[in-house]
Design a protein around this ligand. Structure first.
Ligand SMILES: [Fe+2]
Ligand SMILES: [Fe+2]
Length: 766
């Protein structure tokens, strides 16, 4: 026989093309290429450090993408970008419409999914009552505990680990989870702003306390992001700061799409804090309940000798008795009860649906990575081949590899993780998982395969007339190859679910996105508002421009000369100067940020931080009215002065004159720009701390508050001074930062001076 079998001819011609390309390249370029032309980029899991996927080295780390994975992969890059931009929002205000649209689509997608198995979700609670909710959450906890017992029984019977195979894979798993862990608490980041209607304040304060505990209540050692960061250092993950652009760089191999998606959802849900308040409370309730994977993680990390402290911490702090789960449920119950009381039964039913929507969003987005070694096993159950064409293509390769392997070729041609010869080893090729991996790697093997475009794919060109492999595949086989390549382009595309699913479920009319984009938000009511400085009202613009002038020391102003109506707007917004800090948890994960958390806690009237966790005790303090902060004392000042009780910040501002309102708006505007004005804001906070203190000292006819309230205020200012002093010490080492701080002090004092000058000119009564 002198006629070569077709399969051998195919392989030889394929290799000949590769060899020719290599020789041509070296001769004509005059130097070896870093990557041989026949070794196309492969979709491998690369060894970056010791947290690489252990499966990668063994050629089993990457598996064929499922349909769901394809969608996730397509979205992952945009989620990474959003993650970075949401950490630096003030520099990317243009993403707000996109963020809102994405949030609505995520809500819609998870609601649609939950409806498919309604009885297993919170949808089973069609009508809200505190008892029903309590029973639902208790039953869910019992179910988790029961599942964990079953898991323990499986393990005792010799079953394998279910989250990661070995220590190397556990390290990889921990690293992949970092994008989510670094935004721990972010879903509550904007929940208790000064622009939140005061009627909701007790509820939002209780939710804020949950976040405060995520941030260690201002104790860095207890800060969850910090604890996770230490774990990352411990396993040499080599990750940069979560808010840096580097964090989303591909070289870090953070490729678990669902972790990015869950992290972005956490950042999004609280972003429009007023518009999506019930959803945020529902989201919080789901996140703070006990998940099965947490229990498994602790056990399996112990087994592979890794530190599980971060996870153990959450078992304790999130407990349903006095911990975050209890606090989260209390916030939901209080919210629905309040809505029913103030707006009626129908409004309460809608509010409940919106809480459900938030809960479903959190439940519907897994936050944990899928370990490669276990992913393969879980895919075994899915139908394969996934299409008729895929089956036909596999038949072609299966027939050819049986013969091709006999030539024992030493070719280095790589298709993804393996050489072509290795892929076509007949015994291995009989395994469906092997076939899946082969198709996956072949499909991602540019330029040989250009998904969706067989005409541009090098493989098809070489198989066609005048191609160097012409004739090695029968025409009918070439047609199947072409059809398969073209079908790769019709893989499910990333599409946004119809926001109407959310709208129909919650009975919320959905404003046109263009209306949202073109709106001119009121900074006194909306959040966030990031329009330009040119939109600042006068005289605030002049004050803002003063920030770039030479620093002129301003003496403290005699605050007793300011009329109460003009003092109040600035009094309330003084809490907004630092309030955006915790919306990016990583900012609070150092000594500086922790000190500011303590300042914010003091301003909100939370208890002095102790060695333990306050949990429900703080909720009870707030509910009983004992947690009196700057806002509550401001409302007491209104009562003291005989003014009508304002319901919102806007109504507070309406009490004062135009100048006072303009200054208040400017301060809100500044507070939303933490990255640009951090140290200026710190200086302004220092000057406002002096004002808080001055008001606390006013006695007799000058007094603005009762004796008890003044005592509380003095305690608050002492804690403010303590926290701000810690930050100030850090600034002392840096001249530019110190100057910014001093500028902040001066501009705040100037604000008061300008106000008193305007008042004396106008000589208005209160
Ligand atoms: Fe946490
Ligand atoms: Fe928690």
């Amino acid at each position: 026989m002198f006629v070569l079998p077709t399969t051998i001819a195919v392989l030889i011609s394929f290799l000949a093309v590769i060899a020719y390309d290599r020789i041509r390249t070296r001769f004509f370029k005059g130097r070896p290429r870093r990557k041989d032309v026949e070794i196309p980029p492969s979709p491998k899991i690369v060894a970056y450090n010791d947290t690489k996927s252990p499966g990668a080295d063994e050629g089993r780390g990457t598996v064929a993408l499922t349909e769901k994975d394809v969608i996730a992969d397509e979205n992952m890059q945009s989620h990474k970008q959003l993650y970075y931009k949401l950490h630096n929002l003030e520099h990317h205000p243009d993403i707000l419409p996109e963020c809102r649209e994405l949030l609505l689509s995520l809500l819609s997608a998870t609601i649609a999914e939950a409806h498919k198995h309604k009885d297993d979700t919170i949808l089973v609670l069609e009508k809200f009552s505190p008892e029903k909710l309590q029973n639902f959450l208790t039953a869910k906890d019992d179910d988790v505990t029961g599942q964990y017992e079953e898991y323990i029984a499986r393990r005792k019977a010799g079953g394998p680990r279910e989250l990661f195979g070995d220590q190397a894979e556990a390290k990889w798993w921990l690293k992949q989870a970092a994008p989510v862990k670094y935004v721990d608490g972010a879903w509550l980041g904007h929940i208790n702003n000064v622009t939140t209607p005061f009627a909701f304040r007790k509820i939002t304060k209780n939710a804020w306390q949950v976040m405060s505990e995520e941030l260690g209540d201002g104790d860095l050692a207890k800060n969850h992001v910090h604890v996770y960061r230490e774990l990352m250092e411990n396993i040499n993950a080599g990750l940069p700061a979560a808010d840096s652009e580097d964090f989303i760089h591909a070289r870090h191999e953070l490729n678990e799409a669902r972790c990015w998606k869950a992290a972005v959802a956490q950042l999004l849900i609280s972003l429009f804090s007023h518009e999506f308040l019930p959803e945020s409370l529902g989201f919080n309730m789901a996140y703070e309940s006990l998940p099965l994977h947490l229990l498994k993680t602790i056990k399996e990390l112990r087994e592979v000798s890794l530190n599980g402290y971060y996870f153990e911490l959450h078992i304790c702090i999130d407990n349903a008795d006095t911990g975050h789960a209890a606090m989260a449920m209390a916030a939901v119950v209080d919210y629905i009860t309040l809505i029913e009381k103030s707006e009626g039964q129908e409004a309460a039913e809608i509010a409940w649906r919106r809480v459900q929507a938030g809960y479903i969003l959190a439940e519907g987005l897994p936050t944990t990575p899928e370990s490669p070694s276990l992913k393969s096993k879980s895919n075994d159950a899915s139908p394969f081949p996934r299409s008729e064409t895929e089956g036909q293509l596999l038949e072609i390769f299966a027939a050819k590899c049986a013969v091709a392997h006999k030539i024992h070729c030493n070719s280095r041609l790589k298709i993804g993780r393996r050489t072509l010869v290795d892929w076509l080893e007949p015994h291995a090729f009989a395994d469906p998982n092997w076939q899946k991996d082969f198709l996956h790697d072949l499909g991602n093997c540019k330029p040989w395969i250009i998904k969706g475009n067989s005409e541009k794919s090098k493989l098809v060109k070489e198989l066609s007339w005048e191609g160097r492999m012409f004739g090695s595949f029968m025409q009918s086989e070439v047609l199947i190859v072409k059809a398969w390549i073209n079908e790769l382009g019709t893989a499910p595309q990333a599409s946004l679910p119809d926001p109407l699913v959310y709208s129909n479920f919650t009975k919320q009319p959905l404003p046109d996105q263009s209306v949202f984009e073109s709106r001119n938000p009121d900074i006194l009511e909306q959040y966030p508002v990031l329009s330009g400085a040119q939109t600042l009202p006068e005289p605030a613009r002049t004050l803002h421009e003063y920030l770039s002038d030479k620093i002129i020391e301003e003496p403290p102003v005699d605050i007793s000369s300011i009329k109460i109506c003009n003092l109040l707007p600035l009094w309330f917004v003084s809490t907004a100067l630092l309030e955006s800090l915790p919306s990016v948890p990583v900012r609070a994960a150092d000594a500086f940020g922790s000190a500011l958390i303590r300042v914010l806690r003091a301003q909100a009237g939370f208890e002095i931080e102790g060695p333990g966790i306050a949990g429900m005790a703080e909720v009870r303090r707030t509910d009983s009215g004992d947690a009196r902060g700057i806002v509550e004392l401001g409302l007491e000042m209104c009562a003291h002065a005989g003014l009508p009780k304002p319901r919102t910040l806007k109504e507070v501002v309406a009490l004062g004159d135009a100048e006072s309102g303009a200054f208040a708006e400017w301060m809100l505007w500044m507070g939303m720009r933490w990255l640009t004005y951090r140290d200026v804001l710190l200086g302004m906070s220092w000057a406002f701390m002096e004002v808080h203190e001055a008001i606390g000292r006013l006695e007799g006819s000058d007094s603005r508050l009762g004796g008890d309230a003044r005592r509380i205020l003095m305690e608050i200012t002492e804690r403010e001074r303590d926290g701000l002093e810690t930050c100030k010490q850090e600034l002392e080492r840096d001249e530019a930062r110190r100057n910014a701080f001093e500028r902040g002090v001066a501009v705040a004092r100037r604000t008061w001076r300008l106000m008193s000058e305007v008042e004396s000119e106008n000589d208005r009564p209160i």
